[in-house]
Design a protein around this ligand. Structure first.
Ligand SMILES: [Zn+2]
Ligand SMILES: [Zn+2]
Length: 272
């Protein structure tokens, strides 16, 4: 099966510092057939952090690199739109102007609460964490219902931060109803669900089971398209764990995964 990493950041993202050329070279070294560069356009940061010139430089560089790397590595022009609900028109304008192949929809920050990455949760009890997550799923559902994207990024994103901060166990089981509803809307609109391999570590069965549970729900609700990406911010993470991701897809009834070209889904299936 041809192998694409469909979620990679470069120094056009505020939280990454490696140039695109390094990330493309890393993809080639990892034996990948293609890569989607998906730098951050976080709508809540867009004006205060002057993201617009970054995105324009990003698109220009992606076009140059795509031509320069032709025949060696397929480059998909992507973007990760974060928090579209903070400025739906701004978000739509970025998507329309960019001429992207592929748009990831992400929620890193919840309206009225803030960013999980910046939250001081050490003093939070189980009820507060439950409330954060309830607010998160409300924002995710509205993002899925009302904004323009191809795949829903890293649904387990808040768990990365919550589990580091609190001593009690936290999982998504109490939110199965909300998750089913989100998956059903995604599936109904023909949108994809992202299997995000960033937290992957070989042998971490609990993580694998949790992600496979979510994939199974998506499948059961009629989902047909899954995108696969590492969310790499550094060269050594480009392509890391994608084979394990393919195995997880197989376990949950997916024949392969989906890449996007000019916003159109293209299935990647079969033997490598
Ligand atoms: Zn993200
Ligand atoms: Zn990302």
């Amino acid at each position: 099966m041809r192998l694409f990493d469909c979620h990679v950041h470069t120094n056009h993202s505020l939280d990454a510092r490696y140039p695109m050329e390094r990330q493309l070279a890393a993809a080639q070294a990892a034996g990948l057939d293609g890569i989607a560069i998906t730098d951050h356009a976080d709508i809540d940061f867009y004006e205060p952090h002057r993201v617009r010139p970054r995105m324009e430089a990003d698109v220009a560089e992606m076009r140059e690199k795509r031509a320069a790397w032709e025949g060696r590595l397929e480059l998909i022009l992507g973007v990760e739109i974060g928090q579209a609900l903070y400025g739906p028109e701004l978000a739509q304008g970025i998507v329309d102007r960019g001429g992207y192949d592929f748009v990831i929809g992400a929620v890193h920050s919840v309206r009225g609460i803030g960013g999980f990455y910046a939250m001081d949760m050490e003093q939070s009890g189980p009820e507060q964490v439950h409330d954060f997550l309830a607010a998160y799923f409300r924002d995710v559902e509205e993002t899925v219902r009302t904004t323009d994207f191809d795949t829903l990024a890293h649904l387990t994103y808040p768990l990365r931060y919550i589990r580091q901060a609190v001593a009690f166990p936290v999982d998504y089981l109490p939110f199965e109803r909300e998750i089913r509803r989100i998956m059903k809307i995604l599936a109904g609109e023909g949108k994809a669900y992202e299997l995000n391999m960033k937290p992957y570590q070989p042998g971490d069965e609990a993580w694998t089971q949790e992600e496979e549970w979510l994939l199974s729900i998506f499948r059961a609700e009629g989902g047909e398209r899954v995108t696969l990406g590492t969310d790499a911010h550094t060269p050594e993470k480009v392509g890391y764990g994608l084979q394990a991701g393919l195995t997880m897809l197989k376990h949950t009834g997916f024949d392969g995964y989906t890449i996007y070209r000019q916003r159109r889904p293209c299935p990647v299936e079969g033997e490598r």
